[in-house]
Design a binder for this molecule. Sequence first.
Ligand code: FUB
Length: 344
Amino acid sequence: MPEDNIDHIDFDELNNKSISKPLVNHIFTADPSAHVFDDKIYIYPSHDIDAGEAFDDLGSHFAMEDYHVISMDKLDSKAVDHGIALHVEDVSWAKQQMWAPDANEKNGTYYLYFPAKDYDDIFRIGVATSSSPTGPFIPQPSAIKGSFSIDPAVFKDDDGAYYMYFGGLWGGQLQRWKSGKFNAENPESPTAFLPENDEPALLPFIAKMDDNLLEFAEIPKEIDIIDEQGNLLLAGDNERRFFEAAWMHKYDNKYYFSYSTGDTHFICYAVGDNPYGPFTYRGIILNPVVGWTSHHSICNIDGEDYLFYHDSSLSKGVTHLRSIKMTKIEYTKDGSIITINPYS
Ligand code: FUB
């Protein structure tokens, strides 16, 4: 339900039909990355604000400045806001646009990963550390070497290795890195340098993290998303191809790579046998929500998988003022995820 359709929406009715209420409503939050640390649920969202920037297809209206961490003791507990965990003013290399973050933990240190534009207006991915899952986080002086684009998701595999998945189209600039170097031409165009519809779609990236979780241990590699016949999804396959919001979780020993299709507003998934893929497209996890963007995470809590997502219903359809929500995921016997309708 993108913004151009909102005139027809009765928001009172929609909020009644919504399968989840916003987890917090005193601030706007989006892009929730959820984790369980020490038996408690921690959510690392974007903190949406209205900075007065006009809507455009580069996402200039997403002018976020800081991050708050939200925690819940249990699934039915009240969500608690722990205040500002990191502010753009404290990150020496970052100029603006603190977009979708993620976090992870190793040996009692907590790592907050975040994309932001640097002073050349290029999205990079940074990391900040804390001894507490709620921060405050101390940023590294530079962005992660070799990082680019947006939406980091850092997955810990069962063998203790950590991998970052990342990338995003249009305002996320992935299409500007096709040659391996940033293409700064035509800066106002969100779609310049995208492949033609009959060419393979742009792919998300993966990089194994160094032991200290502060740098990549390898040059980022593309991950293939293929159809049942083994062919790469095409750029014109807008209902299935990767756009942004990478996430990885495991179910029944398989690797589930999930993502947003952006301009068609689905959260969908593809399944593989190892962290690097290839991943075969399997279906839709979440149908479109109110608002242009859809972004999620999947977190195992008490043995069940939960989808954390957002919509713009609380702001009555304002795309850049979103609210985080959660709902349970169900699987069929063959490991398929049953598609969720956000408004029943
Ligand atoms: O929140 C800003 C951007 O919108 C995120 O980085 C994207 O995934 C989309 O949700």
